[in-house]
Design a protein around this ligand. Structure first.
Ligand code: BES
Ligand code: MN
Ligand code: ZN
Length: 483
């Protein structure tokens, strides 16, 4: 989807469809002399929130789509619902472009730029289709351009730029997530990531398994060794900021398929473990958005890409490995593999002397038990960083909820034979997984997001959501000084 701005009188627009509220629709109808048509077509329309009616008209504006907003000031969630109702209805129409006129709608504490970001984000979400391997899928929507009508374009230019960048990042994240695991293996992630290096200030490199062995990444390799598909530690460097400013760093769990390894998972819904690379997809999607938006920051993105398979060469429960940090790990359960690839990725991330590290991972089933799908779990060793991430989540609706990283939980990871065990028992599984990662972070602001519940949906709406790309991008925008 392409987003742009438009101003001037609404009635002077040449558009196959204008989308607006009932009040604004009546005003527009008066100015183009079609009041009777609009009154007749909307006589049963109650103007209750999120209802809609489409009126066909003669003249320059052949369709007027009226979306219920009521008279009251909306809250943020109310406007989000209006935005997604409007997007869904618009996408059913056989049109290529649309004009959105919602700037007059009052939302508590929010300005034009937030409304545009929200409308665009709802459209990006609703317009997404993944039909690559389904020739029988219905034809996708024809809409390619959404124009936002405003009386004063100047204070929304950056919102539109960011919306276009986020649209690209969301597409990348969702496509990578949905790709089947026989295609999306570590080398595929590397190949797709290399496409980011088309931009001049981006480089993409990868540590091969041989190089990782030299760096002592025994935890990563313990996961990867059971698979015939070689693992990769993918590194993207984006230099949009001043030469000597420390980079921000994103780290993603990229398990392209998680069978559990020798601690094999039960068969039910195991196909969903193709989504175990959604952390990687999200950090790559956010990176794509940063590159598209040309944010004035430096960014290092690291993807720990491996496949967790059982085989004659696979890691056994009880194996002890040495991580790149020098700490030894007793692998009691080979299904707790995400933390193993991530601990070595986090050690590597710290060699870039970043100003902050955020890792994103579909790390634990326990996270889904704790928070369901509405919030991502957030852990951080820095209150300010945590608050900034929570704010980015509130602003975009891509919400996160902070969880504790207290020392009390660390005792669960005690091992009789190594520095740390890779599992901590049934209690507080998402917390003890985060505590495991915390042991590999030293002297740097760090946050961990467990997105096991938010990054993809199961059941009949199975598919990747692209979360938490909106949150990550909003955080990096605010770090760049862009509201
Ligand atoms: N990838 C899974 C976590 C997961 C489960 C994500 C369901 C999304 C949906 C992870 O590697 C895993 O298997 N975790 C184990 C940890 C346990 C062995 C300590 C889990 O959650 O059961
Ligand atoms: Mn697992
Ligand atoms: Zn996993």
């Amino acid at each position: 989807m392409k987003y742009s701005l438009t101003d001037g009188a609404l009635q002077d627009h040449n558009s196959p469809c204008v989308v607006t509220t009932l009040k604004a629709a009546r005003k527009l109808a008066r100015s183009i002399g079609v009041s009777a048509e609009v009154t007749r077509a909307s006589q049963d329309f109650k103007d209750t929130p999120y209802q809609s009616v489409c009126v066909n008209l003669p003249g320059k504006i052949p369709r007027l789509l009226i979306v219920g907003a009521g008279d009251a000031t909306l809250d943020a969630d109310g406007f989000r619902k209006l935005a997604s109702a409007a997007a869904k209805r618009v996408l059913e129409l056989p049109i290529k472009s649309v004009v959105y006129a919602f700037d007059h709608v009052k939302v508590t504490g929010k300005k034009s730029d937030w409304k545009i970001s929200t409308l665009a984000h709802a459209m990006t979400n609703a317009a997404y289709r993944y039909g690559k391997h389904k020739p029988s899928a219905p034809t996708p929507p024809s809409l390619t351009t959404t124009r936002f009508h405003l009386h004063n374009k100047t204070n929304a230019k950056s919102a539109v730029r960011m919306a276009n960048a986020l649209d690209k990042g969301m597409h990348l994240a969702r496509d990578l997530g949905n790709e089947p695991p026989n295609i999306c293996h570590p080398a595929y992630l590397l190949k797709e990531t290399r496409k980011l290096a088309k931009a001049t200030n981006v480089t993409v490199t990868s540590l091969t398994e041989k190089k990782m062995a030299e760096l002592g990444m025994g935890a990563f390799l313990a996961v990867s060794q059971g698979s015939d598909a070689p693992g990769h530690m993918i590194i993207v460097r984006y230099n949009g900021g001043k030469k000597n400013t420390a980079p921000h760093c994103l780290v993603g769990k990229g398990i392209t398929f998680d069978t559990g390894g020798i601690s094999l998972k039960p068969p039910a819904a195991m196909d969903e473990m193709k989504y175990d690379m959604c952390g990687a997809a999200a950090v790559l999607g956010a990176t794509k958005a940063v590159i598209e938006a040309k944010l004035p920051i430096n960014l290092v993105t690291i993807v720990a890409a491996a496949e967790n398979m059982p085989s004659g060469g696979a890691t056994r429960p009880g194996d002890i490995v040495t991580s790149a940090s020098g700490k030894t790990v007793e692998i009691l359960n080979t299904d707790a593999e995400g933390r193993l690839v991530l601990c070595d990725a986090l050690t590597h991330a710290q060699t870039f002397k970043p100003q902050s590290i955020i890792d994103v991972a579909t790390l634990t089933g326990a996270c889904i038990i704790a928070l369901g799908s509405h919030a991502s779990a957030l852990y951080s060793n820095d209150d300010k960083l945590a608050d900034q991430i929570l704010d980015a989540g509130q602003m975009t609706g891509d919400k996160a909820w902070r969880m504790p990283l207290w020392d009390e939980y660390q005792t669960a990871l005690r091992s009789n034979f190594a520095d740390v065990a890779n599992i901590g028992g049934r209690a507080a599984g998402s917390v003890t997984a985060a505590c495991f990662l915390a042991r590999f972070v030293d002297g740097v602001k760090w946050a961990h997001m467990d997105v096991a519940g938010s990054a993809f949906m199961g059941g009949s709406r199975k598919g990747s959501t692209g979360r938490p790309v909106p949150l990550l991008f909003a955080y990096l925008c605010s770090e760049s000084g862009i509201a």
